[in-house]
Design a protein around this ligand. Structure first.
Ligand SMILES: Nc1ncnc2c1ncn2[C@@H]1O[C@H](COP(=O)(O)OP(=O)(O)O)[C@@H](O)[C@H]1O
Ligand SMILES: [Mg+2]
Length: 366
């Protein structure tokens, strides 16, 4: 495959997309790649914000994100924009994102404050199953609709299964439609009447585990959500639509290792089957393919010296690079028609702005 055609595709996505989601298995360079793509787009004159989920400390430092100070609001990364472009960065926090959503939906401040102070809310906001996934997307929606940016890039959370992220809005909608949830949100009188076996067994368990005070808090929490439910469901629906919009691009990042390729292949199918726009694949950390040496070269004849070591190393690298190309073929077959960009495993430190800029150039084919 010619590098030029493939990388040109990523460059044009950066020029036209308004949302970009980097996804893929752990450790393949999603967070680093999201930052590098942000730099590339800012250099092309776009106003970009990058939402990082789990930035390594040195990457966070390079982006000016103070992890200890919990920098959950966007702030400018200096010296990377050009021609009117700019880059802002932040890290994602599921809890404050959830708070913002409640404040927006509650309608009045007193109601919002009451919900936010509820201990049950506090524990759910942090740990509701899939909350991290959903919150990443919810945050993306907030930034996208703020009108402040041309392009929002979101890095995805380290998740057991990256597919969780794609299904998060639908899962939240299901949660809001769950019978226990509905029973709990009914007005008190009808609630008392219909508190059926299932619901009271549920409350009995909560009471046993957590004491009566928490039961009151739980019931109050769910009740205080009533009236907002419709709005929350509508928002989850909007988020689900936004993920499938034409202007949203998924960039699947992988490495050429077999486990990563398996996981990416699975994810690529889920993205395509779910009706999302898989617009580019990046295979990162690829070992360069060394030119073939004369096979007839007799290692023994070279003795023990440095030359024998070099030749042995060359052969190892060749074997590794060749097997990586076999692995990669399994993924490129599944995503036929989608542009694939290979990025070499670099010897340089990719954590600082120089390294990220170099990575950006490789990604867009500069
Ligand atoms: N092309 C590359 N060459 C060398 N190191 C890389 C490259 N891309 C990423 N890295 C390094 O790989 C590690 C994992 O990257 P990260 O972006 O945190 O992965 P993920 O977010 O997918 O878990 C980081 O230390 C990063 O600096
Ligand atoms: Mg990451």
């Amino acid at each position: 495959m010619s590098a030029v055609g493939e990388t040109a595709q990523l460059a044009s996505i950066l020029q036209t997309a308004s949302l970009l989601v980097t996804c893929g298995p752990g450790g393949v360079g999603k967070t680093t790649g999201a930052a590098a793509l942000g730099i590339a787009a800012a250099r092309r004159g776009r106003r970009v914000v990058v939402v990082t989920v789990d930035p390594a400390r040195r990457l966070a430092d390079a982006l000016g994100i103070d992890v200890d100070a919990k920098m959950f609001e966007p702030h400018e990364v200096t010296g990377v924009g050009a021609a009117g472009g700019s880059l802002e960065a932040l890290m994602l926090d599921a809890e404050t994102t959830f708070d913002r959503m409640i404040i927006e939906r509650a309608g009045d401040e007193a109601k919002a404050a009451k919900i936010l102070a509820n201990p049950v809310y506090r524990s759910i906001a942090g740990s509701l199953a899939g909350a991290q996934d959903y919150m990443a997307i919810e945050r993306l929606h907030q930034l996208h609709s703020s009108g402040l940016y041309d392009l929002v890039i979101i890095d995805t959370p380290p998740s057991r299964d990256a597919i969780d992220l794609l299904e998060a809005p639908e899962r939240l909608m299901r949660f809001l439609g769950h019978p226990i949830y509905r029973a709990l949100t009914m007005p008190s009188r009808s609630f008392a009447k219909v508190a059926n076996a299932g619901t009271s067994a549920f409350l009995w368990i909560v009471r046993r585990l957590a004491g009566p005070r928490l039961v009151e808090d739980t019931v109050e929490f769910f009740r205080s959500l009533s009236g907002m439910e419709q709005g929350l469901r509508q928002r989850a629906g909007e988020v689900a639509d936004l993920l499938r919009a034409d202007s949203t691009s998924f960039v699947l990042v992988s490495s050429p290792r077999s486990e990563a390729i398996d996981e990416s292949t699975h994810l690529a199918n889920a993205i395509i089957d779910g009706g999302f726009g898989l617009d580019a694949v990046v295979i990162n950390l690829v070992h360069p393919l060394p030119p073939a040496l004369d096979d007839s070269l007799d290692l023994d004849a070279l003795g023990e010296g440095p030359l024998a070591e070099h030749v042995a190393y060359h052969r190892e690298l060749l074997a590794l690079a060749t097997s990586e190309r076999h692995e990669m073929a399994a993924l490129t077959d599944v995503v036929s028609g989608v542009h694939v960009t290979e990025v070499p495993l670099l010897e340089i430190d990719v954590h600082d702005i120089d390294g990220l800029t170099r990575l950006a150039a490789l990604l867009v084919g500069e």
